[in-house]
Design a protein around this ligand. Structure first.
Ligand SMILES: NC(=O)c1ccc[n+]([C@@H]2O[C@H](COP(=O)([O-])OP(=O)(O)OC[C@H]3O[C@@H](n4cnc5c(N)ncnc54)[C@H](OP(=O)(O)O)[C@@H]3O)[C@@H](O)[C@H]2O)c1
Length: 200
């Protein structure tokens, strides 16, 4: 069975974990302070979600990373080789409390993120909706809430697409990272924070 890890247990990491738990999909979640600090969070999602170290979460087949932009280098350093495993980049290059956009020197945030996880297959997803819309039932207004994703590895993208479908969202493939990363990036892209619903 495909294993899932989550690095970052704040708004987005815990919303993703809740969506998994609601669908009976097991996952391991980690933060900077260690598994004990996640006791009450995982109790809400028992028995599906377990609190683990960052190293343990990073060894899953699919790893979602949701950490404030400036903390990504620390969160992703010193981890075992990625060896082609799938990483979902749910991050945006801006953070509280100042909400000042990070300096990207003309690059996409996902390109900078990808440099931090050499050898991983990166899929950009789960970064364009507010966290509260990720954790609630995606069946909405008689349709399904849309989650956009993009990536340069077709197989990795297909696995993330399958997971998005299992969670009940309508996944929409935006193509390569160079296209989708730009459309969903916040700030700058036109798609973030819009609650799209797909009617089949
Ligand atoms: N909030 C949203 O609605 C939203 C929407 C779309 C995308 N995003 C993006 O998602 C990412 C996370 O945002 P958030 O709102 O979920 O942040 P958050 O609530 O502040 O949570 C951040 C998490 O990252 C963990 N963390 C910090 N440094 C770490 C490290 N060195 N190693 C491991 N974990 C570390 C924190 O753990 P500790 O608490 O133990 O330090 C915490 O669990 C950001 O890049 C943001 O741009 C957020």
């Amino acid at each position: 069975m495909t294993t899932i890890g989550i690095i970052g247990a704040g708004n987005i990491g815990s919303a993703f974990a809740k969506a998994l738990a609601r669908n009976g999909i097991p996952a391991m979640i980690a933060n900077s302070r260690g598994p004990e600090s996640l006791f009450s969070l995982v109790r809400e999602m028992a028995p599906h979600i377990s609190a683990v170290s960052i190293e343990a979460a990073a060894q899953a087949d699919i790893v979602l990373v949701a950490v404030p932009w400036s903390k990504l280098p620390a969160a992703l350093s010193g981890l075992p080789p990625w060896n082609g495993r799938i990483i979902i980049d749910a991050n945006n290059p801006i953070e509280a409390p100042l909400f000042k956009p990070a300096e990207l020197n003309g690059r996409l945030s996902t390109e900078i993120f990808t440099d931090l996880v050499p050898g991983a297959r990166v899929v950009k997803a789960f970064n364009h909706l507010l966290a509260n819309l990720l954790s609630v039932d995606p069946h909405s207004e008689g349709g399904e809430r849309v989650l956009f994703y993009s990536g340069d590895d077709a197989e990795a993208k297909a696995e993330v697409a399958a997971l998005i479908k299992k969670l009940g969202f309508a996944g929409i493939d935006l193509g390569a990272i160079a296209v989708g990363g730009r459309l969903t990036q916040f700030p700058g892209g036109p798609l973030p924070a819009i609650n799209f619903v797909k009617f089949v």
